[in-house]
Design a protein around this ligand. Structure first.
Ligand code: AMP
Length: 219
C-alpha cells in the first residue's frame, strides 16, 4: 500500500506514520526528517534548507521533487510507503502523480488527519523530539525523565527550532495557502479519508487502519 499522509503541522502525522510503518511493514518517508538529516550532515542542501525550515517556509519544489525521485528509487520503497510531508504544493502533487504513473505504482490512498487549530498550537508548543530515534513526545509525558521512553537514549530531547509560537503560526498559514489546495486536487482524483485526530494516538491509529481496510477491500 502507498499512503499519502496529510494534515497540518502537529496534527500527529509523524507519530501515526511511525506506528503504521511498523504495523504494515512499509517504510515511513518523512521529507522533514530527510531535510533535517541534510542540515545535520552540513551538506550544501542542508545549508540552504536550514534557514527556510527555521522560518517555517517551504523548500523549493524542484529540490523536494528531486529528493522524492531519489527516495523512490531505493529498494526499500518497492512494496509500499507512507509519505509524510509530501506533496505540500500542487506542483509537487502533479509531479508525484507523474512519477506514480511512470513507475506504475498501485494502491495509492490519501489519509488526512484533522484537528482544531487551538489543539495544534497547544501540541506543537508542547512537543519534544528524541534526537536518536526521532520519536515525538509532549513535555508533560517526559516530565522528570532524562531517558527516551522509546529507545533509551540519554538527554536526547530537543525542541525543534520551528516549534516556536511565531513560526508555528507561519507554518499554519503556509499550510492553508499551499497545502490545502493539494487536498482539493486529490478530492475526486484519489480516495481521500478524513480522520479526526483530536483523540488518543491508539484510537487515531485504529481509525486509520479501519479506513485502510475499507480501501483494500475496494481495490
Ligand atoms: P515537517 O517535519 O514535515 O513538519 O517539515 C519540516 C519543514 O521541512 C517544513 O516546515 C518545510 O520547511 C520543510 N519541508 C518538509 N517537507 C517539505 C515539502 N514537501 N516541501 C517543501 N518543504 C518541505
Amino acid at each position: 500500500m502507498r499512503i499519502l499522509l496529510f494534515g497540518m503541522p502537529g496534527v500527529g502525522k509523524g507519530t501515526q506514520a511511525k506506528l503504521l510503518s511498523s504495523k504494515l511493514n512499509i517504510p515511513h518517508i518523512s521529507t522533514g526528517d530527510i531535510l533535517r538529516q541534510t542540515v545535520k550532515d552540513g551538506t550544501e542542501l542542508g545549508k540552504k534548507a536550514q534557514a527556510i525550515m527555521n522560518a517555517g517556509e517551504l523548500v523549493p519544489d524542484d529540490i523536494m521533487i528531486g529528493i522524492i525521485k531519489e527516495t523512490f528509487s531505493q529498494p526499500r520503497c518497492k512494496e509500499g510507503f507512507i509519505l509524510d510531508g509530501f506533496p505540500r504544493t500542487t506542483i509537487q502533487a502533479k509531479e508525484l502523480e507523474k512519477l506514480i504513473d511512470e513507475l506504475k505504482l498501485s494502491n495509492v490512498v490519501v489519509v488526512t488527519i484533522t484537528a482544531p487549530i487551538s489543539e495544534i498550537i497547544k501540541r506543537l508548543t508542547n512537543r519534544l523530539a528524541c534526537k536518536n530515534c526521532k520519536s515525538i513526545f509532549s513535555k508533560d509525558e517526559l516530565e522528570g525523565l532524562n531517558e527516551c521512553p522509546k529507545c533509551g537514549a540519554k538527554n536526547s530531547f530537543y525542541q525543534r527550532k520551528d516549534d516556536t509560537e511565531e513560526v508555528i503560526k507561519n507554518r499554519i498559514s503556509v499550510f492553508n495557502e499551499n497545502t490545502k489546495p493539494v487536498l482539493d486536487y486529490y478530492n475526486g482524483k484519489r480516495e481521500v479519508f478524513y480522520i479526526e485526530g483530536n483523540d488518543t494516538v491508539e484510537r487515531v491509529n485504529e481509525k486509520i487502519l479501519t479506513a485502510l481496510n475499507k480501501f483494500s477491500e475496494k481495490v
